[in-house]
Design a binder for this molecule. Sequence first.
Ligand SMILES: O=C(O)CCC(=O)C(=O)O
Ligand SMILES: [Fe+2]
Length: 335
Amino acid sequence: MEVERVQAIASLSKCMGTIPTEFIRAENEQPAITTLHGMVLEVPVIDLCEPDEKKLVRAIDQASREWGIFQLVNHDIPTDLISKLQKVGREFFELPQEEKELYAKPPGYQGVEGYGTKLQKEVEGKKGWVDHLFHKIWPPSAIDYQFWPKTPPSYREANEEYAERLRGVVDKLFESLSLGLGLEGHEMKEAAGGDELNYLMKINYYPPCPRPDLALGVVAHTDMSALTILVPNEVQGLQVFKEGHWYDVKYIPNALIIHIGDQIEILSNGIYKGVLHRTTVNKEMTRMSWPVFLEPPLELETGPISKLVNKENPSKYKTKKYKDYVHCKLNKLPQ
Ligand SMILES: O=C(O)CCC(=O)C(=O)O
Ligand SMILES: [Fe+2]
């Protein structure tokens, strides 16, 4: 059966000025009713070039305890490279529909990679106003190039260069998180899979939506990954839940948005918190984002790091294979 892409639904909806009911969220989810505007709390912004190492570790530690999300500036990934990554991704989504379908998840295929429209089973059968493309970008042994667009031709180079540059940022983040918890610098990354840590690229494509007050892009969730490193385009849309309210995450050109995911929450025995977030959509403009999910290998067992478990802080999470964690989360089963 052919899946209807949101991009196609969006072109029809534009003429009609309405959206199909399956995209209209319940009132307790509608962004127009549930977003707190006008002030207020701002996600921490962290300068990765901070010369005082201890200060940097403290800033990352505090943001990860209190927010589970922060924006990283001066991260050393060239602006040109970020623009190139965005350009080739945009060009892929602007291809004729039948060319994009060449990269669709094959029928019956169990993996996550490929072009598609919906990953998770959603709240009350409602749909998110978003299409996506998933493919791994690191390590080289995990890459399956059948899911990488061949058009535009520079797609591959841009993604390979981005993966290469991202590795330095990833190592620095894992090291800081380890030190923040009083561990040796290498421990956190090792517990998350070390050199076998998978970098899963996702491109989210949120077409213009005639009723952004009623629809959501991605529904409220925490990421399953250890960490997620995200580049957005300039269209506002990411929101985080903090102290009982939804807040916009301010767009900062060329910043990387870092999410603490479920796996870091588990490894840290709950000291660092996975952040609850969602996305809104825009009436006139296409929003896009490029999260890279840093995930343990599927067969790796993850659980609280033993040094972080003691009488005062007993283990809060089960130790299990990452693939079993993913299975329970996708099927909404208890962990
Ligand atoms: O588009 C965004 O800013 C966030 C997307 C997201 O949360 C996700 O794909 O997991
Ligand atoms: Fe997410």
